[in-house]
Design a protein around this ligand. Structure first.
Ligand code: ACO
Length: 330
């Protein structure tokens, strides 16, 4: 039986560093071209931290904006979940820095690690908690400083990533008509070696000479990851539609993780949807991992592409591999 209450997004915020790195800037760093990057990825530019900036600053700013839109005070927040693979520190967590930064004195706070699917994992968790605690308000943040874990000598990865933060506040909808309808959480660790960030973990000591230098950065076998990503994005989308008796055309908007325009286009074609039903902003931000969906959600709303009562499909994949999909009535 379905719970009476459902988790609903009642406020959104986003914040990205001011510094922009264009494809032409990258041409001066590695052997690449604006033409190659645009054709293969759809990315034109990305925002990245200055050396003296940290991602918590932007996560706090995005959180404050989401709280403001939800018409809530920091003390009204019961829990903060931050999806990230690039927190300022391993300890304390990024969620704790946000808790302190916004002054949410009553809130619990923790980070969640599920790579690019992390924001959807966190949103699904928040929805489930709110179903049992309908008067709770949960701040869900996706924030990444991928530029700090990017190998700027590796042209196969450094053209892909960007930094930024997006945040939403989840609250209960007493009517049970708005919010999360259904979701899929998935993971497959059998190919974990295809996408890794080994430095900073506990398998090696700090400055451990056994760990090659390039393992301190994100390493990826892009072509293999591409194949898995397209297959999983399609599978999750179709499964969610089918088990809810929906057709792709019933969807008002699809918000996919922004990893590569060709992956997004593949999904759009498989769902046989027109371009206006699939949100894209990868051209301006690159892949911001856990921050990509909340940033896209924020921009889609600002552009008037999400209206009251709309049916949304959010779908993501990431290193691990992790997968997640979510159907939501706005
Ligand atoms: N500029 C110019 N040439 C390049 C560049 C570059 N930046 N990068 C690679 N090339 C070259 C390669 O060396 C190769 O040359 P070769 O044929 O002489 O060997 C050629 O371009 C083709 O390389 P491919 O790797 O086959 O290129 P592909 O079309 O697969 O595009 C890409 C690469 C963009 C990485 C793609 O595979 C991709 O998007 N993969 C998925 C990425 C992803 O979604 N990651 C998951 C999330 S990341 C996370 O979780 C943090």
């Amino acid at each position: 039986m379905r719970a009476k209450f459902s988790g609903r997004i009642i406020g959104c915020g986003m914040s990205v560093p001011e510094k922009v790195l264009t494809n032409f800037d990258l041409e001066k760093i590695v052997e690449t071209s604006d033409e190659w990057i645009t054709e293969r990825t759809g990315i034109k530019e990305r925002h990245i931290l200055r050396d003296d900036e940290v991602i918590s600053t932007f996560a706090i700013e995005a959180s404050k904006e989401a709280l403001n839109e939800a018409n809530l005070q920091p003390e009204d927040i019961n829990l903060i979940i931050t999806a990230t693979l690039t927190p300022d520190f391993l300890m304390p967590s990024l969620a704790i820095l946000i808790q302190n930064g916004i002054g949410a004195g009553r809130a619990g706070a923790f980070d969640l690690s599920a790579t690019c699917s992390g924001f959807l994992y966190a949103l699904i968790l928040a929805d489930q908690i709110v179903k049992n605690n309908p008067d709770w308000h949960i701040l869900v943040v996706g924030a990444e400083a991928l530029s700090r874990k990017t190998n700027w000598e590796d042209r196969t990865t450094c053209v892909l990533f960007g930094d930024g933060a997006g945040a939403v506040v989840v609250g209960g909808d007493p009517s049970g008509e708005k919010g999360v309808i259904d979701f899929i959480l998935g993971a497959d660790g059998s190919n974990w070696q295809l996408l890794t960030l080994k430095g900073g973990g506990s398998a090696y000591f700090p400055f451990d000479e056994r760990l090659p230098k390039d393992e301190h950065y994100i390493k990826m076998q892009g072509r293999e990851v591409f194949k898995i990503a397209t297959r999983m994005m399609e599978k999750i989308a179709l499964e969610l539609l089918e088990r809810n008796g929906l057709k792709a055309n019933d969807l008002s908007l699809v918000i996919p993780h922004q990893a590569n325009l060709r992956i997004i286009e593949y999904l759009r074609e498989r769902l046989d949807l027109p371009k206006e039903k699939v949100f894209v902003n990868i051209d301006r931000y690159g892949n911001t991992s856990a921050a990509s969906i909340p940033i896209a959600l924020y921009e889609a709303r600002k552009q008037g592409r999400i209206k009251d009562g709309d049916l949304l499909l959010l779908v993501a994949f990431g290193g691990g591999f992790t997968f997640a999909g979510l159907l939501m009535r706005w």
